[in-house]
Ligand binder design. Sequence first.
Ligand code: PLP
Length: 452
Amino acid sequence: MTTFLTETTTGGPALPQELRLVTEVPGPRSRELQARKSAAVAQGVGTTLPVYIAAAGGGVLVDVDGNSLIDLGSGIAVTTVGNSAPRVVTAVQEQAAAFTHTCFMVTPYESYVAVAEALNRLTPGDHQKRSALFNSGAEAVENAVKIARSYTKKSAVVVFDHAYHGRTNLTMAMTAKNMPYKSGFGPFASDVYRAPLSYPYRDSGIDGAAAAARAIDVIEKQVGAENLAAVVIEPIQGEGGFIVPADGFLAGLVDWCRVNNVVFVADEVQTGFARTGAMFACDHEGVVPDLIVSAKGIAGGLPLSAVTGRAEIMDAAHGGGLGGTYGGNPLACAAALAVIETIESDGLVERAAAIGDLMVDRLKTLAARDDRIGDIRGRGAMIAVELVKAGTNEPDPDLTKRVAAAAHARGVIVLTCGTYGNVLRFLPPLAISDALLAQACDILDDVFEETR
Ligand SMILES: *Cc1c(COP(=O)(O)O)cnc(C)c1O
C-alpha cells in the first residue's frame, strides 16, 4: 500500500526545454544577489556559477534574469529524476499537508519503513538486509563506520587515494584532497588509512587484480586485518575525478574483506540511484558490498541518506545507537518513494545508459581532433573528460577552468573535479531531452575550439 504515492504520471516538465540567454551570464539580478551573498553568507561557502535560480525542471535551470540554462550538473548528481519532478512534487505537497515531522525515533511513520524496504530490495545482493536513514551523505558514511566498528569490534578504516567522503570531522579524515576540503580544519579523526587506488589512465597498465593486490599489500603492512573494521570505497570516484577502477579491482578487495572479517562499504552517494546506468554502480561488476551508502539522487533534492546492508552487520549497533532528530524526515521519505517509483516506471536506468552512449560518442569525436582530452571515462550519465597539456598526460587545471567558464558563459552548466582539478564532469538530469543534450555537446565543441 502506497498511500503517500499518487497516480500522477510524468506530465513532462512544464518549463520550455530550451537554452535561452537574455542577459550575460550571470545577469544583473544575479549579480545583485551575489553582492548580498558576499555581505551575508560566510565566504567559505562557495558558488560554482553565481546565477540565482528561480525555477528548474527537465534539463533546464531558469535564473532570476530570465535565462534558461542547460543543466549538466543536477546539483551535483542529486536531481537525477529531474528538478521538481512531478511525482516528487505531489508526494511532498501531500506529505507537507499531512505532517512535516514527528521524529522517527519518537513516533514513527510508514514511509520511513517503506524507504528501508525499497533500499533493501534495490541494493546489490539478495541476502537479508536492514537500512537506517540519515540526512546527508557524510552523516551516512559516518554511520556506516560506526556500524562496521560495532560489528567487528575493530576500529581502523581504510580509504583510497582521491577519495571523497564528505566534510564532517571523520569524513574529512577519509577524504583525500587537502584544498579545499581539509586545509586548516584539523586535527582529523584518527585510525583512518589510505591505500592506493586503481586509476587506469595514470596506472600504466596495472590491471584490476594487480591494483587490488597492491592496495591489499599496503593494508596488510600498514594497518593489519586484525585492526581493520572497514574498507570504504566509491565504486566510481566522484569528486576525485570520475575514476572507474580497472575490472577486478573492487572484486579483489571484496574477496579479501570477506576472508578477513572486514566490512566492505561502498560509498554510492554519487553513483547510486540509476546515475551510472545501473541502479547502483556495484551492479556493473556484480560486486555485493556488505554495507552500501546512498544519498544525493535518492530523494530528488530533499535531504536524505541511508546505510543499507547485511542484517547481521546492521543489527550489531545497540538500540538507540543510531539515529538523529531529522533522519528519514517524512518529506524526504515521501520524495524518495516518488523518486524510486519514477526511476522504475520511467525506465531511468536505461535512460542513464542511453545518455552515456550519446555523450561518449560526441566526446570521442571531439577527442579525436583535440589531444588536450587525455581520457574519457565514466558510466551512464556520469561521464568526464580529463584535460591535459596537449600530447602529454600532464594535468591542465587551467584549461579546465577556462573551458568550464566558457561553457557557463554560453549557458551550459558543467562542473569540474579531480585531485588535479583537471576533470570536466557531466551529470545531466535523466529528464533532459536528447535535443538539449546534443545542443550542450555542440556548445562544448565550440568552447574547446575557442580555448585553443
Ligand atoms: C557528495 C558525497 C558525499 C557527501 O555527501 P553530503 O550529502 O554532501 O554530505 C559522500 N560521498 C560521496 C561519494 C559523495 O559524492
